[in-house]
Write a protein that binds this ligand. Structure first.
Ligand SMILES: Nc1nc2c(ncn2[C@@H]2O[C@H](COP(=O)(O)OP(=O)(O)O)[C@@H](O)[C@H]2O)c(=O)[nH]1
Ligand SMILES: [Mg+2]
Length: 216
């Protein structure tokens, strides 16, 4: 006998995600689910985005990790509210985890929540967290072939950040090949070239996001 566990898990996840989406909309909070590999620069990009947007918007961050609270501490050190979720081994966040995390946030006061998902290019793509957009980061050292190997995440992303572009001179990363692979999977998606730790290219990405937050 074969029991399909994935379908019921996804159905429950989607139901809670719909409730969350409604709550976010009622409170005019724009929510980003940020997907990427470990070490690609998610936390660095979040910190750079906070710098760019904190004068205009009230921001909070939800940090998803298998263990530890080091990323939440990095965010809190900037005076920004951060909630750490430890999945205890799970490779992605689910909507009920986000539901518990937002209990400690003052949604009414917030304009933007960025959720740093668990570092992984596969598992998080299937899970709706009630977000407005899924955004993914690929960093240059990971290689230009990743859209070929992990097409799912490149298809669900509504914006893609190519991070660590400052390292292009030392890696064999073919930007043109990468761009055309991405465009084959997701023709309309914008690709932002960023060096998060240097603040390069952050302005264009932050403006794209700011436009959407203002509309929410
Ligand atoms: N050269 C360079 N290093 C970066 C950049 N962004 C992040 N890093 C480094 O990459 C490592 C992982 O960054 P982090 O933001 O913690 O990645 P996360 O695991 O995806 O959250 C750290 O050592 C960062 O300093 C970048 O734009 N350029
Ligand atoms: Mg991180």
């Amino acid at each position: 006998m074969q029991i399909d566990l994935k379908q019921p898990i996804l159905e429950k996840n989607d139901r809670i995600a719909s409730e969350l989406r409604e709550r976010f909309a009622q409170n005019h909070v724009y929510v980003v689910d940020l997907l990427a590999s470990p070490g690609s620069g998610k936390t660095s990009t979040i910190l750079a985005t906070i710098d760019a947007l904190r004068d205009e918007f009230n921001i909070a961050i939800i940090e998803g990790d298998i263990a530890s609270s080091v990323d939440a501490e990095r965010i809190k050190a900037q005076g920004i509210a951060a909630v750490q979720i430890n999945t205890g081994g799970a490779c992605h966040l689910e909507s009920d985890m986000v539901k518990r995390a937002i209990d400690v946030l003052d949604l009414e006061r917030l304009d933007l929540i960025i959720i740093e998902n668990v570092g992984n290019l596969v598992c998080p793509t299937d899970f709706d967290l009630g977000e407005n957009v899924k955004v993914m980061i690929l960093s240059v050292p990971e290689g230009d072939d990743k859209p070929l190997k992990y097409p799912g995440v490149f298809q669900v992303a509504q914006a893609i950040i190519l991070n660590k572009v400052d390292t292009l001179p030392v890696f064999d990363f073919d930007v043109e090949a990468f761009t055309s692979s991405v465009k084959r999977l997701n023709p309309q998606v914008p690709i932002f070239h960023v060096a998060a730790t240097r603040g390069e290219g952050v302005e264009e990405w932050a403006e794209w996001l700011a436009e959407r937050i203002r509309q929410a």
